[in-house]
Design a protein around this ligand. Structure first.
Ligand SMILES: NC(=O)c1ccc[n+]([C@@H]2O[C@H](COP(=O)([O-])OP(=O)(O)OC[C@H]3O[C@@H](n4cnc5c(N)ncnc54)[C@H](O)[C@@H]3O)[C@@H](O)[C@H]2O)c1
Length: 278
């Protein structure tokens, strides 16, 4: 169903992290296009080869600018080129980037490889700071512009096997607050993180035990898990002028999971395992 309200009419943006049609960033791009925004798309050269970003670019009339989000020069190029292509300053930026070599290689948290750990932090958290710092230095974002990064509840609560990504998300959320202060004072730019339910995407499927995690949070959340598309809808409101005074927040988009301790559905499932043991 197409429910466009022109919420982003005339707005210009940069969307980091669309890989394929499952990606949260992909859904955000589709919705932003429906809501009247124009934007550029960016991802790593490897992701551009592996995924099908061309399809999204065609569908949304967007230009693709390759960049490794850990590389300042690449980010500068994306931001400058985006302003050229879009014809002016930026109103919204989406950071939808995450990767842990430790998770990918199945290295447990208490046997971590520190080179990998640093890469996790650089790709999944410092890249957010780098994007913000480049935008700030180039004065690329309009007043009341909105920047959103994707987070996960593992930043607050330990979820078995989420590994060093939990630390990366804690840092990511802290950067949103720290940069949200200075950028807010100076330019009224708002910066938030959206903490999304576990979702079947390429990154999501890399998380060890994702099936159990998705089943658990589905049972625990009064509204059930939030889909990538629902997440995109929420992010559109944060890019819109309807949320101008929301900044420095970590906003849960998780069907209520983060406020739950135990639910009836989860208890029923748990009881079953006791019955089997008897
Ligand atoms: N899927 C979930 O369960 C879930 C839940 C909460 C939060 N998130 C977060 O949502 C965000 C998007 O993930 P997704 O689930 O849509 O999966 P995804 O795999 O579609 O997206 C991850 C993206 O990060 C990009 N990326 C990796 N290294 C990069 C680099 N060096 N420079 C630039 N881009 C790089 C990948 O190319 C990919 O496009 C991530 O931050 C993820 O942690 C995901």
């Amino acid at each position: 169903m197409n429910m466009a309200y022109n919420l982003l009419k005339g707005k210009k943006g940069i969307i980091f992290g669309a890989l394929n049609e499952m990606s949260i960033a992909w859904k955000v791009a589709e919705k932003a296009h429906e809501e009247g925004a124009i934007f550029t798309l960016t991802n790593t050269p490897v992701a551009l080869r592996l995924g099908n970003l061309n399809e999204l670019a065609k569908k949304t009339n967007s230009v693709i600018i390759p960049a490794d989000a850990t590389n300042i020069k690449d980010i500068e190029n994306v931001v400058k080129k985006s302003m050229e292509v879009l014809g002016g300053n930026i109103d919204f930026v989406l950071h939808s980037i995450g990767m842990s070599p430790n998770v990918r290689k199945g290295i447990p948290y208490d046997h971590t490889n520190y080179d990998n750990f640093l890469k996790t932090l650089d790709i999944s958290a410092l890249s957010f700071h780098k994007i913000l710092q480049v935008c700030h230095e180039l004065d690329a974002i309009n007043e009341w512009g909105s920047v959103v990064a994707l987070s996960y509840v593992a930043a607050q609560r330990t979820l078995f096997r989420y590994n060093d990504m939990a630390d990366a998300k804690a840092l990511l959320e802290s950067i949103a607050r720290s940069f949200g202060y200075t950028y807010g004072v100076e330019k009224k730019v708002r910066i938030n993180t959206v903490s999304q339910s576990p979702t079947y995407t390429t990154a999501g499927s890399g998380v060890a035990g994702i099936d159990s995690l998705i089943d658990f949070t589905e049972r625990m959340s009064p509204l059930g898990n939030a889909s990538a598309e629902e997440c995109a809808n929420y992010i559109i409101t944060l890019f819109s002028d309807l949320t101008k005074k929301v900044t420095m927040q970590n906003l849960y988009h998780d069907g209520g999971f983060s406020s739950m301790g135990m639910s009836e559905k989860a208890m029923q499932q748990y009881d079953k395992s006791f019955n089997e043991q008897k």
